[in-house]
Design a protein around this ligand. Sequence first.
Ligand code: GDP
Ligand code: MG
Length: 201
Amino acid sequence: MIFKRSERDKAPVEPVTLKILVAGGFGVGKTTLVGAVSEIKPLRTEELLSEAGRPIDDTSGVSGKHTTTVAMDFGRITLREDLVLYVFGTPGQDRFWFLWDELATGALGAVVLADTRRLEDCFAAVDYFERRSIPFVVGVNCFEGATRYPADTVRQALDLDPGVPVVMCDARERQSVKEVLIGVVQHAMTTAAAAREPATT
Ligand SMILES: Nc1nc2c(ncn2[C@@H]2O[C@H](COP(=O)(O)OP(=O)(O)O)[C@@H](O)[C@H]2O)c(=O)[nH]1
Ligand SMILES: [Mg+2]
C-alpha cells in the first residue's frame, strides 16, 4: 500500500503522548481531577491493590483505611487528534509520593494542586518539581467555603518563580481541569523554548 502525496493529510496520525503528574496534599482533589478529565475509566491502583495487599498492609488502627500505601491514579485525555496526555496522580500515601522518582522520569510537566485552607500541604510538591526542574502549574482547587485569594497572594505564599502559572480550578469539572492541563503543556513549551535561547548576558 503506497501513500500518495495528495492524500498524506488523510494518513492516520500517530499521536504524541505526554506525561503529566498531579501532586499535592492528601485530600486536595488529585483523584477527583484525574477522574474528571480522563476519557478512560481511571485506573485506581488503590482499589486494585486493596485485595492483594491485605495480608501485607497492616491497616489495623487506621479506621476506614482499607487501601494499600502503593496507589496512584492514571488517566488519559486526547487534547487534539495528535496530542494525548497521560495523567498520573501521585500515590495515596502522600507523605511518600516523592519517592516515586521513577514516575517523574520523562514527565513533561506537573500540576501542583493546592487548597488555600492548608497551603503548606503542597510545599513539598513545589520543592520537588523546582529541584528537578520539572515545569509545573499551581492549580488552586477552589472548595466551597474556602476563602478565595488572588493568584498573586498564592504565588507569594508559595514563593514561586514569576513564570510559574497559578490558576484557579475545580477538580470536579472536566473543562476546568482541561484548562489546567493545557496550561501545563503551554508552560512546559515556554520553559523549553526559554532554555534554548542563548544567554543574553
Ligand atoms: N467541594 C469540592 N470537593 C472536592 C473537590 N475536589 C475534590 N473534592 C472532594 O474532596 C475529597 C478528596 O478528594 P480526592 O480527589 O480523593 O483527593 P486526593 O487525596 O488528592 O486524591 C473527595 O471527597 C472529593 O469528592 C472540589 O473541587 N470541590
Ligand atoms: Mg487520591
